[in-house]
Structures are given as structure tokens and as C-alpha cells.
Design a protein around this ligand. Sequence first.
Ligand SMILES: NC(=O)c1ccc[n+]([C@@H]2O[C@H](COP(=O)([O-])OP(=O)(O)OC[C@H]3O[C@@H](n4cnc5c(N)ncnc54)[C@H](O)[C@@H]3O)[C@@H](O)[C@H]2O)c1
Length: 323
Amino acid sequence: MATPQPHTSASTESMVKSATPILPQLPKIEDLIPSFNLENHVTLITGGSGGLAHTLAQALILQGSSIALMDLNQEGLKNLKKELENFIKHYHDKIPNADKIVISIWQCDVSDPKHVDEVINAIPQKHNGVIPMKLVHTAGYCENLKAEQYDPIRFQKLVNVNLNGSFYIVQSLTNLHLKTKEAILNNNVSSLALPNFNMKLSYVLIASMSGLIVNHPQPQSAYNASKSGVIHLCKSLACEWAKYGIKINCISPGYIATELTKKVISQSVEGLELMREWTSRVPLERMAEPKEFIGSVLYLLSDNASSYTTGENMVVDGGYTCW
Ligand SMILES: NC(=O)c1ccc[n+]([C@@H]2O[C@H](COP(=O)([O-])OP(=O)(O)OC[C@H]3O[C@@H](n4cnc5c(N)ncnc54)[C@H](O)[C@@H]3O)[C@@H](O)[C@H]2O)c1
């Protein structure tokens, strides 16, 4: 019988060697301090008029990123643009490259793939030809309807926005990058450009803990199914697009106290009872504030902090899904 041979591929050996240096050298300081800086970047934020997007946009500006905001709600976009421009003036000294930051707004229905493509292809024109390499996709909505009474058209519409819309956005952005890369490689350089074209793309999709558990007591089958789909879509695309230098991850929030949920809770006795029921299921005994998602978003967008993280569903739910 043949003796089993040790596995001696050259690349495996060199990886093992690099992991265990005999004479350790001093590491580079930048390899030990993760950077969340987004200077010269354009970050596309969908659902840009929403509660979560509002806080995330401010946090990304503080890292030096220009922002392209996309939403259905044109009025909300205009208001937020004004507010963010004031924010930049107010915190000018704290923002890297503050004078170079541009805020653009784009009215768009993420469930319309043709419109999504038109808008994504137009964004660089407002940002000196720079294509967004970072994406935070928050657009989506929830409905509380009993499954046996759910109108199939309504059900389809919600899935079309939350799940299919997530696909249309990332597909369109990826194709714009691939098209541009090909043009650059063929020396057929278009008006689009990237500061350093190294394809360090990072997409963050906002899913939900509802993609993992069933919320109680309100019925929301379409929403839960759509968010479950977002989580698995993310994993599938992470595997397909790693070869292009694209990281794609999800964040699954628990209940967040945005303007929307605050209104529901404060306007009726039932709303208050609903909040009590929700928070009784959260080990941290409260809802989240939008600012509590900044850390996970910056981590996932970062080129070096999360360089080995893709296809992950980061659950930020105060412990809800543990019980
Ligand atoms: N608020 C929560 O408790 C909670 C919990 C878990 C997950 N989430 C998810 O987080 C994300 C943001 O939630 P939020 O609390 O900021 O809600 P929000 O309603 O304040 O924001 C969502 C935004 O998406 C936009 N939008 C809806 N449909 C759209 C479409 N077809 N095209 C483009 N834009 C569209 C809305 O206009 C709105 O501005 C959503 O995906 C939501 O499902 C929220």
C-alpha cells in the first residue's frame, strides 16, 4: 500500500511561513490600526430620505465621503441635502477634505431596474466622473398584514422593492464598474474614472433580524420573506463577485427607534403596548438608536478593517435573536 504523501504545495508552504516568521519583523503601523477614512470616495446611500440613512450619511461625511442619496421621496431628499450641507458647514474643521464633499440627490424607485440603471449611470456626472465604490442600501419598507388576507399584488410589490430592488442596485453598480474597468484596460478611457482603480468595492445591504426570526405579535410574512432573501442574495453575490474585488455584506438590525417607529408608538395605546412587547424580547431591554449602526457600517465599508469579511450577515439586534 502506498504511504500517504504530505501535502506540499508551494503556495501552502509560503502561507504557513509568512504566518509564522522565525525572526519576527516589526509590523507596519497601518496594518494594526484599521482605517475608516473615506476621503475621495463617493458612497451611494439608497433609502436616503429614511431614518437610518440620515444618521449614516452624517457619519460617512465625517469620514470625508461624498454622498449620492437615492430615494422615492424627492421632498425628503431635497430637505436632507440642505441639512447635510449645513452639517458640513457646521463641522467643517472636523471633516477631512470638507470643501471637496459633494452631496447629490436622485429620485428613483429601486424596484424599477431600468430606472435604477439610468440613475446609477448618471451619478458619476455629478461627482467628477467618480463611480461610487461604497454602497449602503437601506431602501425598503414593511407592512403588517395577515397572510390569509394578503393581496398577492401587494405581496409581490413589497418583495419587488426589498429583495429584487437590492439585486437591481448592486447588479447595476457592479456592471458600471466592470464596463469602466474594461474601457480602461482597452485604453478606451471614457469620461468615467476612479481615483485609484483597484476595485476595492464594498456593498452593505440592510436586511433585518426578520430575515432570521418571525416577529411577534404583528404579522409581516412578505417583509420577513423578503429580508431572508436579502441575506441569502448577499451570500450568493459575495461568492460570485469576490473575483472582482467586491465585498458584499448585510446588517440585520433589530427594532430601531426611527421617526417612523417613534410615531407608531407614541400615537396610540396599542403602539405603546407593541413597544413593550418588542422590548420584552430584547436582552438589552430597549430599541436601537440609528447611531448604533454606524460602527458596523464603517467596519464593513472599510478596505482594511473588514478585508476578510464578505457574505456576512451582521446581526445588530440587542440580543433579540439569542432568545
Ligand atoms: N426601523 C426598524 O425598526 C428596522 C428594523 C430592521 C430593519 N430595518 C430596515 O432598515 C432599512 C431602513 O429603515 P428605516 O427605519 O430608516 O425606514 P424608513 O422608512 O425611515 O426609510 C426607508 C426609506 O426607503 C425609501 N423607499 C421605500 N421604498 C422605496 C423604493 N421603492 N425605492 C426607493 N426608495 C424607497 C423610503 O422612501 C424611505 O425613505 C429598511 O430596509 C428597513 O427594512 C428597519
